[in-house]
Ligand binder design. Structure first.
Ligand code: ZN
Ligand code: ZN
Length: 307
């Protein structure tokens, strides 16, 4: 090899190293996490040194944040009734559909059921990310019906992430169970109306849609576990440690202000690739250019209601 080629090789190697280092760098550094998110694994705040005297009087996060208290008080009796009804309807439809599926399971279609489960969990992770991103980034509490009933929990969650651990089963899971109802209705309709031949022909898709509804319905429970640092059952900790469901340290990345990445909360498997593709950033850029709305405007407004 000619001596003149050596410096070029050296430059290429160092450029490749720099690219690899920035590609593999953590999405948020330990310092960013420490300074811009609530330390949920330290409930007595032993390791927290408030940045200013204002932080001590007007907390940036947690149950004493004035904005969080105002949002918590907007959880209404009507909303509770809607959650109980949706949850009950969903459980009835899930039970009915699983009976229809179980009587048709054969040894030869087991592999397609497993494949349908894998596709279902990936799709659920993407849906969780998309819905979470849309609710965090756009709209406001002032929008009639949608604002107070469906966007409110997202705003509350950023300024008091631990509030979810104090919500009961219905408040935690009511909305994620509710969104599966149309799909479960369609599946039941197919079981009642299609011939046995037609059901067998689309059995993979039936299994896919059914398992998708299960993973979507469980999403906020999994999300709640990712905020629970004490008293989790050992099987949940095992699932988190092997990253089968959303791990706690992984979800911390989303909770670093201004909450602009790592929106997927079922397994979190898609968070890293979507971040590297700058997927959310590009979507926000396009929407801002078309509509003129600024991403996270309402979220920022609530974060600043500290007194
Ligand atoms: Zn969020
Ligand atoms: Zn969260």
């Amino acid at each position: 090899m000619e001596a003149s080629a050596m410096p070029h090789l050296g430059q290429a190697a160092s450029a490749a190293c720099t690219m690899a280092t920035s590609f593999l760098a953590p999405v948020k550094t330990e310092r960013q996490i420490y300074e811009n998110s609530m330390l949920e694994d330290d409930p007595n705040a032993n390791s927290v040194v408030p940045n200013s005297s204002e932080d001590r009087v007007k907390p940036r996060w947690g149950p004493n944040h004035k904005g969080a208290q105002e949002l918590a008080n907007l959880y209404s009796g009507g909303k509770r009734i809607q959650e109980v009804i949706c949850f009950s309807v969903c459980i009835i439809l899930m039970s009915l559909n699983i009976l229809f599926i179980l009587v048709r399971i054969k040894l030869e279609n087991l592999s397609s059921i497993v494949l349908a489960a894998f596709c279902g969990i990936i799709t659920a992770d993407f849906i969780s990310g998309f819905a979470h991103w849309a609710a965090d980034t756009w709209g406001s509490i002032e929008i009639p019906i949608i604002g107070k009933n469906f966007l409110r929990p997202f705003r509350e969650h950023h300024i008091d992430p631990t509030s979810i651990t104090r919500h009961d089963f219905i408040e935690t899971n009511g909305d994620t169970f509710a969104v599966t109802i149309p799909v479960l209705c369609k599946l039941s309709w197919d079981f009642f109306c299609l011939s046995e031949f037609e059901i067998q022909k689309k059995f993979f898709w039936i299994c896919f849609w059914y398992q998708l509804t299960i993973f979507v319905a469980l999403t906020n429970q999994i999300h709640k576990w990712s905020h629970t640092y004490f008293g989790l059952p050992s099987y949940v900790i095992w699932l988190q440690e092997y990253h089968i469901i959303l791990p706690r340290r992984h979800h911390r990345v989303h909770h670093v202000a201004p909450h602009e990445t790592y929106f997927c909360i079922t397994t979190g498997w898609l968070n890293w690739p979507l971040e590297k593709l700058r997927f959310w950033y590009i979507l926000e850029y396009i929407i801002e250019r078309i509509t003129g709305y600024k991403p996270r405007d309402d979220d920022m407004k609530w974060a600043q209601k500290r007194s």
